[in-house]
Design a protein around this ligand. Structure first.
Ligand code: F6P
Length: 360
């Protein structure tokens, strides 16, 4: 008879801090005498050919500081429960049944599902179908409700701030306008926090539609007033008033890959102001590399918290970070709606008080 066994998996887009959660889950579980199976490539590892590896404190040494995930992930596959903003898809019964069989055959008593909005929606559907799941909120976008922060966000913000610091010196040398496109499909947290940390002059986010005319006016006044550079951060999901998302590509299921708004903004500014303007897309650099210390600590606390949820039998719950405290909320509460920037909130107010333009 084997020991009390739990499974852990990482699902959806990767982000810095996943390995910290894995390491903490393994160590906390081992302290209780439990065994941990790491399912490979997210929920897909639960389906034939079943794919997992036994994780131990020994074979996870040193991973807390490493980006990515040692057990792989996917944002495709047979378990996708959300195809777009708020659109819930039902996972086929045959897929759920197969996953349940795997869990029963392996004697797995609980599953730690580390994922964003879509992957946690999958966890909740599994839970509703009798799989004892607990969730850990992950995403660089920081757009999951019922938690003040997700791990990965701080690392992405650090990446944006570093990029802006670099762009500033080159922009100032040439008296240029620089536009930096960052991730954030529906929520502008990365742009807002990264922009503040990196001293951007303008921040454009999905929650606050902007006007090219007013943005160009702002740039012209700044540069005309003697500013040596203007730095604009734009979230990939930002839109002009009445405008559409800029998309790179729409897949067969109708889900769009966003991108292009940075170059569009740069073109419009150059056209309207006649000033030299350059654009760059930060892209997946924001998801790669080592997690910041904050994300390592948050990830570690989440991993330990997830094991505690299992101990307490709180299935269908997710660890959350509120008021510096790790607590629990139902997964349903967290995935019901995305946590977006409040246009009237304190962060936007702070940015405005600094003279930062939202293009309005
Ligand atoms: O949800 C995280 C995220 O990084 C988004 O900000 C971005 O739009 C998306 O993932 C990119 O996904 P992919 O890795 O499939 O290009």
């Amino acid at each position: 008879m084997h020991r009390f066994r739990i499974g852990v998996l990482t699902s959806g887009g990767d982000c810095p801090g996943l390995n910290a959660v894995i390491r903490a889950t393994v160590c906390a579980a081992h302290n209780l005498g439990w065994e941990v199976l790491g399912f490979i490539d997210g929920y897909e590892g639960l389906l034939s050919p079943v794919n997992y590896k036994i994780l131990t404190p020994e074979n996870t040494v040193g991973i807390t500081s490493v980006g990515g995930t040692i057990i792989g992930t996917t944002n495709k596959g047979r378990f996708v429960a959300k195809s777009g903003h708020g659109e819930k898809a039902v996972i086929p019964a045959a897929v759920i049944d197969e996953a349940k069989r795997t869990i029963a055959d392996l004697g797995v008593r609980a599953l730690v599902c580390i994922g964003g909005d879509g992957s946690l929606t999958t966890a909740d559907q599994l839970f509703e179908n009798g799989v004892p799941c607990v969730g850990v909120p992950k995403t660089i976008d920081n757009d999951i409700s019922a938690t003040a922060m997700t791990f990965g966000f701080d690392s992405a913000v650090q990446c944006v701030a570093d990029a802006l610091d670099r762009l500033h010196t080159t922009a100032a040398s040439h008296k240029r306008v620089m536009v930096l496109e960052v991730m954030g499909r529906y929520a502008g947290w990365i742009a807002l926090h990264g922009g503040l940390a990196g001293s951007a002059d303008s921040i454009l986010i999905p929650e606050i539609p902007f006007s090219y005319e007013r943005l160009a006016g702002f740039v012209d006044r700044r540069m005309g007033g003697g500013a040596d550079a203007t730095l604009i951060v734009v979230a990939e999901g930002a839109r002009a008033e009445g405008g559409e998302f800029e998309t790179l590509h729409v897949d067969v299921k109708g889900e769009a890959r966003l991108g292009g708004i940075g170059h569009r903004v740069a073109d419009e500014i150059a056209k309207r102001t006649g000033r030299e303007t350059r654009a760059m897309v930060l892209g997946h650099l924001q998801r790669g590399g080592a997690p910041t210390t904050l994300d390592r600590i948050l990830g570690t606390r989440f991993g330990v918290g997830a094991v505690q949820l299992i101990q307490e039998g709180k299935f269908g719950h997710m660890v959350s970070y509120l008021n510096y405290h790790i607590g629990a909320v139902t997964i349903k509460e967290a995935v019901g709606q995305l946590k977006c920037v409040k246009p009237e909130g304190q962060m936007v107010e702070t940015a405005k008080a600094m003279g930062i333009s939202f293009g309005t």
